[in-house]
Design a protein around this ligand. Structure first.
Ligand SMILES: *Cc1c(COP(=O)(O)O)cnc(C)c1O
Length: 382
């Protein structure tokens, strides 16, 4: 039996990462501050974004993004946020958690929000667009950003898949009011759980830091480092959350960030192999990449008929692809919008994410592609 080929396998530079963690342990500082400041600085340099706040997950970052914009702009219960139903539920849960209403727009050929569909769903109550760069693919983000600018809407970028994606030569994120990145274990910059929330406006970044630390106006590290004789003194401005990142996760992220461009280049190489083997095959539809971008390639997705049966047949060959995602309107809290996004719904029935990680060899890619084609051919013959 051949070895199993998994969808994702995080790759860690173990010795180098342990060295960074050791520094935290020896210093006796594992919480917020210290390494979290280093990763924020490193991320600002890498992303060319002016503000970066390290948090304990992208979900937390998205929630903070929602809360800070809602407070700042005075959004009311029931105000609408246009979003995609083809995403991880984090994207949309934070809208509901803030008492706002997600209004789904359909996706385009890139599986990202279609600017035309977004435009058609803007109402008096629309306040923002939540955009997901699906699999690292920016889709038509620039057009959506332009639409938001013209219509006075905020743009939130769920960039959970977009670490290292470049658009017109520039790292993704600058087009949005706030961009959020995930450093979850299976994302392309793996830690265990952490993320980055990057506001364009300094005042909002300052607010976000309070919201992620229970509403407290000064974090402990800053207080301890200050010359004040009242180091213990702080004020609490909001009923905030406990969403800050810690120095152990930051240490892991610092090392991963050194390698992420190199890793993404290999991901694009793997994607190129898949494309060469699978394009021009009758039953395999590839997701295109727009011009002028270099995607992170967090995912490599194809659309096939009889998807569920195909996955089972691949599993029998020890190949374990994934599905990103079940359409969110299939879940009870979003069900009332079922049927409003036919393209996203159809995609959700046929998408497969093929194995894509740093331990994958060219031989593995050949085996996955040839197995997929065999499975499809035998299904067609039946
Ligand atoms: C993984 C993911 C998130 C959440 O990231 P966490 O860091 O695990 O909270 C949000 N949106 C999308 C599209 C994701 O894939």
């Amino acid at each position: 039996m051949a070895d199993a080929i998994n969808l994702f396998e995080p790759k860690f530079r173990v010795e180098e990462t342990l060295e960074e963690i050791r520094i935290c342990l020896e210093k006796g500082w594992t919480g917020a501050g210290f390494k979290t400041l280093e990763i924020e600085e490193a991320w600002r340099r890498y992303s060319q974004l002016e503000h970066a706040h390290f948090v304990n997950s992208a979900t937390a970052g998205l929630h903070i993004a929602m809360r800070v914009l809602k407070e700042n702009d005075g959004w009311l219960q029931g105000d609408e946020i246009i979003s995609t139903p083809l995403t991880f539920v984090s994207t949309n849960h934070v809208i509901l958690q803030e008492g706002l209403t997600p209004v789904f727009a359909d996706v385009d050929e890139y599986l990202c929000l279609s600017p035309e569909s977004v435009k058609g769903r803007i109402t008096e109550r629309t306040r923002a667009v939540m955009y997901v760069g699906f699999g690292g693919n920016p889709g038509r983000l620039g057009e959506v950003a332009e639409l938001c600018r013209k219509r006075g809407l905020r743009l939130i970028l769920d960039g959970a898949h977009m670490t290292g994606t470049r658009i017109e030569g520039r790292p993704a994120g600058w087009q949005a009011d706030v961009s959020v990145f995930s450093f979850h274990a299976v994302k392309n910059l793996p830690t265990a759980d952490s993320g980055m929330v990057c506001f364009r406006e300094k005042a909002l970044d300052t607010e976000a830091r309070k919201w992620s630390w229970l509403g407290i106006d000064k974090d402990t590290y800053t207080r301890m480092a200050s010359g004040s004789s009242y180091k213990w003194m702080y004020n609490v401005e909001h009923v905030g959350f406990k969403y800050n990142g810690n120095s152990i996760m930051a240490a892991i992220a610092l090392v991963a960030l050194r390698y992420v461009d190199q890793d993404n280049a290999y991901r694009r190489q793997v994607a190129g192999w898949y494309e060469a083997l699978l394009s021009a095959q009758p039953d395999v539809h590839l997701v295109p990449t727009p011009p002028n971008c270099e995607p992170s390639r967090h995912l490599f997705q194809v659309m096939v008929p009889e998807r569920n049966a195909v996955i089972l047949a691949l599993n029998q060959r020890e190949i374990y692809p994934g599905v990103h995602y079940r359409i969110n309107t299939g879940y009870p809290m979003y069900q009332n919008q079922f049927g409003t996004c036919p393209r996203a719904e159809a995609a959700s029935e046929s998408l497969i994410s093929l194995p894509l990680h740093m331990n994958l060899t060219r031989g593995d890619v050949l085996r996955v592609a040839s197995s997929l084609l065999e499975v499809l051919r035998s299904a067609a013959a039946n």
